[in-house]
Structure formats: structure tokens, C-alpha cells
Write a protein that binds this ligand. Structure first.
Ligand SMILES: [Zn+2]
Length: 460
């Protein structure tokens, strides 16, 4: 145990070197690191992971056929439904199962599943977190000593806390990374959580987009006194433009997001320029594809496909994550060379289908509903092919009648004149068991929702 932790600490210290400045390294260096990781991961997967051994043999490929990230597209596009059919085939046989950290996904795709992470991958993740921590640290008085309140689904049993505890079993953390954290549950009352924030006095509040809408909407509405942090961060779901403005302007707080998934921890992060998400491409090569899996050029919105070159538990290569986004063509003015992904624009499964083959994409709906910036949060449920129910959370200053008229006309134009709309103003929207507030719930005739196919070409 002692020797194991000593080894783990050395491993962590080795991987921490240079991480804070890594986003500024020349792109050629990043791509060279990426190719090195691709070769190592494919060789590992071929040796230890049944799915990849079978697949490469079946396709008459060998590990040496994978020299760079582009070569990963030779593998079949791995969809969630395929993974769920037999997750065991994706788990490394190198170590006993009990040595891996088992993390359930939030089930936001409708297919709940477990992803296993190995200790070394988790320790690397601690090191990689320095990249986005530096983007947040500029807002903190002392970037090495601060308090952070983390508001997630499960409080102390949440994924970030589990990962941290798992890492602590395998290494001693450098003292300067001893940031004080408080873990709170989004399912506790707002009154309770505000009380805890007042007691803990955090410098950073971290949560998911929908909870920030709920928390800051509540503070604005009620005027309840609450300790304000120096910076607000979120790691999942988006926030509407109205909520972004509420936090930035009404509360005067900087807001920074990160792109994370249970399947791939540190995909990317927002910087102080707010131009998009800087991608950790050396760790998680990412491409954007159409519904046939064909790679789209930069600037076109499609579905995100990612390969995880860090985790040697459940090995996922050429994996369909399903978020909708575009790779941005221009570099960021901040000086970081890591390329940019647009902010996420919903998920591929969020396309709504109406009569006469009419298909409406989620960001067209999002743009319509959030236009005019009077909506903090919404949930649009398609109850039948022609009936929509829209729950809205709006600021007290909102002109309700005008909003109602605008939305009814806009939805009829977008979804078809036969579509009826029932609108409900609510104080908060019910969370799923997974803790999320999905903005769109499409009506589906079958249960196999992952097999749902969007139109071949995505256009604005
Ligand atoms: Zn930047």
C-alpha cells in the first residue's frame, strides 16, 4: 500500500510537469504527443481489450496501421447501443475488475451504463486539470489556496468526489493542490444550499448549467443574501444567454465552462476570451461527423466522436458521444494553441420530428426560445407528434403575454401549423434521476432511442 502510493505520487508528479503551460505549446508538439498516445493506446487495446482484438483481426488491421489520430476512423463508429450490448468486451483484462473505479453515467442518453477508469488514468486526470484550472485561477486572489463549492447530483457520492477519493488511495497529493472543497447536492433545497454557501464562503462555485440557472434565478427573484464567489464554473449542460448575462452582469461574476464526460474526463475548457472550448486533442482526439459517420469540415455542425487515449479501464476509441458542435476554424486570441470547439448545441438525439417528414434541429428551437433573452431556463416536451408542452422559467421583469405570442408564432412556423403549444410558467423544472434538466424531450415511437437517425446533413 505504502509503496503503491509512493509509486502513484511519483507518477502524478511526473505528469504534472508542464501541464499548466501545455495549452500554449506549439500545435506541432501537441499533434506529435497525440500520435504517440494513439500508437500506445491501440497497441494496449489490441493486447488487453477483447473488442479491439476481435475488431482489428476481423478487419485485417494491425496496431501498426494506427500511426495518427486520423487512422482511428478505420475503426467502426462505436455507438452507445453497441457499447451497452456487451460492456465487458470494452474492459481491459490487464488488471482485476475490482482495481478499477466504476462510474455510472447520468443516463442522459436513456441508456444508463458503467464506465471503468484505471488508477493511472485518474491520476493523469488530476494533472490535466491544471490546464483548465489555470484559466480559472486568474480570477482568484491566490490560485493555490482557495475554496470551491461543488454542487452536483449526489453531493459526496458524485463523480468528481469519487475520482478524487480514488486518487487519494493511490497517491499523496502535492500540498499546493490541497484546495478545500465542499460537496453539495442539487436535490437539497435552495435554502439549505445557500446556507451552506454562506457558511463555507467559497471562492469558486462549480455546478452544471441547469443548476446555475436555478440558483442564480432564485437569488435574483428572492433577493436572499448569499456569499458570492470570485468565479462561477460549470461542467455540463449549457446556460441560456439570459442566465449568462444574469451571472456576468447582474451578479458581476466571471463564468467559465468545461467540456467533460464520464467517458472522457477532460475534453476541453473555456478560457477568459469565451470564444469556445479549447480541446485537449493530445489526450482526446475529436472529430465532428454527419449521421453516416463521415468527418465534416471545420465550421460545420455535426455529432462529436471522441477517442479516449488516457483511460485504460473501459477503452473507448472512435466513440460517438453525440453532442452537437462544430470545430471552429480560427485560433483563439488568448494565445493558447489548442483548437476550439463551439459551445455545445444540444445532442444528436434531440431532433424533433413532425408531420410530412419535417425535422427540426435542437439549436433552431433553442435560438427561438431564448431569443430576446427573456428566458432563463426551459424544457420543451413533444407529447405526441403534434402536441408540444413548454415549461419556462423567466425573470420577474418578463412581459409574459408578448413572450407567449412570440413563441406560439415561432413554433408554428418552425414545427408546422398543425402543432399545438401548451405553455406553463414555472419556478423550477423537475430534474431527472440523473440530475439533469434536458431542454428537449422528443416523442419517440420506439424505445431504441439511440437508433434514432437524424437527417443526413445538418444545416442551420
Ligand atoms: Zn482561448
Amino acid at each position: 500500500m505504502f509503496m503503491g502510493r509512493l509509486r502513484g505520487s511519483g507518477y502524478l508528479a511526473y505528469h504534472l510537469r508542464g501541464q499548466a503551460r501545455y495549452p500554449f505549446r506549439p500545435l506541432a508538439t501537441v499533434m506529435r504527443d497525440q500520435s504517440r498516445r494513439v500508437r500506445a493506446m491501440v497497441a494496449y487495446a489490441y493486447r488487453y481489450v477483447p473488442y479491439y482484438r476481435e475488431t482489428l483481426d476481423r478487419l485485417s488491421l494491425r496496431p501498426c496501421d494506427f500511426q495518427s489520430a486520423d487512422d482511428l476512423a478505420q475503426l467502426p463508429l462505436l455507438r452507445t447501443a453497441e457499447y451497452c450490448r456487451d460492456p465487458e468486451r470494452f474492459l481491459s483484462t490487464e488488471k482485476p475488475r475490482g482495481t478499477y473505479l466504476a462510474l455510472p453515467t447520468s443516463g442522459s442518453t436513456g441508456l444508463a451504463r458503467i464506465i471503468y477508469h484505471d488508477a493511472r488514468g485518474c491520476l493523469q486526470n488530476i494533472a490535466h486539470a491544471e490546464r483548465d484550472r489555470m484559466a480559472v485561477a486568474r480570477f482568484l486572489g491566490d490560485p493555490l489556496r482557495y475554496r470551491e463549492s461543488v454542487l452536483t447530483r449526489d453531493g459526496l457520492t458524485s463523480t468528481p468526489h469519487k475520482v478524487q477519493e480514488f486518487c487519494r488511495q493511490h497517491a499523496w497529493f502535492p500540498p499546493y493542490l490541497g484546495i478545500q472543497r465542499q460537496y453539495l447536492s442539487m436535490f437539497d433545497s435552495l435554502e439549505h444550499n445557500v446556507g451552506e454557501l454562506n457558511r463555507f464562503q467559497p471562492d469558486v462555485i462549480h455546478s452544471i448549467g441547469s443548476y446555475l440557472a436555478e440558483l442564480f434565478g432564485y437569488l435574483k427573484r428572492t433577493g436572499v443574501p448569499c456569499h458570492l464567489p470570485r468565479v462561477v464554473t460549470y461542467g455540463s449542460e449549457g446556460v441560456s444567454e439570459a442566465v449568462r448575462r444574469l451571472i456576468l452582469e447582474d451578479f458581476g461574476l466571471p463564468l467559465i465552462s468545461a467540456y467533460q464526460a464520464t467517458e472522457a474526463f477532460k475534453l476541453g475548457f473555456e478560457c477568459e476570451q469565451h470564444s469556445g472550448l479549447h480541446l485537449n486533442l493530445d489526450l482526446y482526439p475529436l472529430r465532428v461527423v454527419d449521421t453516416d459517420g463521415k468527418t465534416l469540415p471545420r465550421g460545420e455542425t455535426g455529432e462529436v466522436v471522441v477517442s479516449n487515449l488516457v483511460n485504460r479501464g473501459t477503452v473507448l476509441l472512435n466513440y460517438h458521444l453525440g453532442d452537437l458542435a462544430a470545430l471552429l476554424p480560427d485560433p483563439c486570441p488568448c494565445g493558447r494553441t489548442l483548437p476550439l470547439l463551439s459551445f455545445l448545441r444540444g445532442r444528436a438525439r434531440d431532433f424533433l420530428r413532425f408531420g410530412e417528414g419535417r425535422i427540426v434541429n435542437p439549436w433552431a428551437l433553442d435560438r427561438l426560445i431564448c431569443e430576446g433573452q427573456e428566458v432563463w431556463q426551459y424544457q420543451l416536451v413533444q407529447e405526441t407528434p403534434t402536441r408540444l408542452r413548454l415549461a419556462l422559467v423567466v425573470p420577474p421583469t418578463c412581459d409574459l403575454e408578448q413572450t407567449r405570442k412570440r413563441l406560439a408564432a415561432g413554433l408554428a412556423a418552425l414545427c408546422g401549423p398543425e402543432v399545438t403549444l401548451e405553455l406553463a410558467l414555472v419556478e423550477r423544472i423537475q430534474r431527472t434521476a440523473g440530475g439533469k434538466v434536458p431542454p428537449l424531450l422528443a416523442w419517440r415511437p420506439d424505445a431504441e432511442e439511440e437508433l434514432f437517425r437524424a437527417p443526413a446533413r445538418l444545416s442551420d
